[in-house]
Design a protein around this ligand. Structure first.
Ligand code: PLP
Length: 378
């Protein structure tokens, strides 16, 4: 199996699996317990938090572990609205955990504005500024990197615009951390979402960064874990894996980025050379290192994906969370692609565990299958 669907999930690294396994066996204590097993569990939790905080460039106390990126996004939006928000500005490109929460809030009377998006997949900064201007207590929630196209949003500019208008800012960085140089001292959001399984950690754990943890308004009650901001006995197994994955990425972030970029480019170049009728969706000069979203003109992307799956190559047509129910990608539609054009598009995303041989093999298979389908659909 060649995993070219790393934006959906990455394979846990050996270090992450080892750390998670170790947390399951000799050190299986509850971090809230007073005895020595509890001590060991607390140490493990602390060490993992320090690793993740170092990858983000923040203080360990600014991090709250959650059950997923989805949960972190929900916690961020809940915290923003609990502070008496009047308008939430976001974009139609967001992950469903932001969009559906925003819909929920809109149904309860919050003014939710979705800013315009360019054909390059970047949000329109002027439109965002217009939506934030002259509003009492506005907030902005945008993603750093889009999960389908890999397009990087101008977050520095967006945060500066938000600050000019007194808006709080949440950034969904689930697809950004570990794939670009995310300097939180430069970008400085109020909240930032992050998740373990996009950086070869273990699934079932995410994190919410808060510039000031006092701004977090809990969604659950009943414990002192995570400063009481996300109570419930911690998923120490997942957190241990998260810490190990963060540490690995931290040790050589530029190397990891360069590896993923080189593999993506090897793959993309070959496919575009041999399928000159195919094209990349989204801004090419503002794309994260590991993603290519290719439109195969005249071909049903689902058919291409299914045939590649039979050949042992995993890729994706729209966000994984809505994949069971094939619908044209709302991200591509927001960028102005027609329904048929969105259906023709397929996402390939590399990870640190992919190899160049895999990319050459996968590109060859994509070219063969795509050309065969093109003849069939002609
Ligand atoms: C941009 C983005 N935000 C949030 C999430 C949700 O993360 P999780 O799968 O950990 O719930 C994802 C997952 O695909 C994502 O791509």
């Amino acid at each position: 199996m060649i995993n070219l669907d790393n934006n959906a999930t990455t394979t846990p690294s050996r270090a992450a699996v080892e750390a998670a396994t170790a947390a399951l066996t000799p050190r299986y204590g509850n971090p809230s317990s007073a005895h020595s097993a509890g001590d060991a569990a607390r140490t493990l939790l602390h060490d993992a938090r320090c690793n993740v905080a170092e990858l983000l460039g923040c203080e360990p106390t600014q991090l709250v572990f959650t059950g997923s990126g989805t949960e972190a996004n929900n916690l961020a939006l809940h915290s923003l609205t609990s502070q008496g928000l009047w308008r939430l500005v976001t974009s139609p490109l967001e992950h469903s955990s932001v969009l559906q929460h925003a819909e929920y809030l809109a149904a309860r009377g919050l003014d939710v504005v979705k800013a315009r998006v360019g054909t390059d997949g970047r949000v329109d900064v002027d439109d965002i500024e217009a939506a934030l201007r002259d509003v009492d207590r506005p907030a902005l929630s945008v993603q750093w990197v889009n999960n389908e196209t890999g397009v990087i949003q101008p977050v520095d500019e967006l945060v500066a615009v938000a600050r000019r208008h007194g808006a709080r800012v949440h950034i969904d960085a689930a697809q950004a951390i570990g794939k670009l140089d995310a300097d939180l001292t430069r970008v400085a959001p109020d909240f930032l979402t992050f998740t373990a399984h996009k950086i070869n950690g273990v699934r079932g754990v995410g994190a919410l960064y808060a510039r000031d943890p006092k701004m977090i308004c809990p969604l659950r009650f009943g414990g002192t874990q995570e400063q009481g901001l996300h109570p419930g006995t911690e998923n120490l197994v997942g957190i241990a894996g998260f810490g190990a994955a963060a540490w690995e990425r931290l040790r050589d972030l530029p190397g990891a980025i360069e590896h993923m970029r080189r593999l993506r480019n090897v793959f993309e170049r070959r496919v575009l050379e041999e399928c000159p009728w195919a094209e990349v969706n989204g801004a090419q000069d503002a794309r994260v290192c590991n993603t290519t979203n290719i439109r195969f003109t005249g071909i049903d992307g689902q058919a291409l994906m299914a045939r590649l799956d039979r050949e042992g190559i995993c890729c994706s047509q729209s966000s994984a969370c809505t994949n069971q129910k094939p619908e044209p990608s709302y991200v591509l539609r927001a960028m102005g692609l027609s329904e048929p054009e969105a259906y023709e598009s397929v996402r390939f995303s590399t990870g640190v565990l992919n190899t160049e041989d895999e990319m050459v093999e996968a590109a060859g298979m994509v070219v063969t299958v795509a050309n065969r389908l093109r003849r069939l659909f002609a």
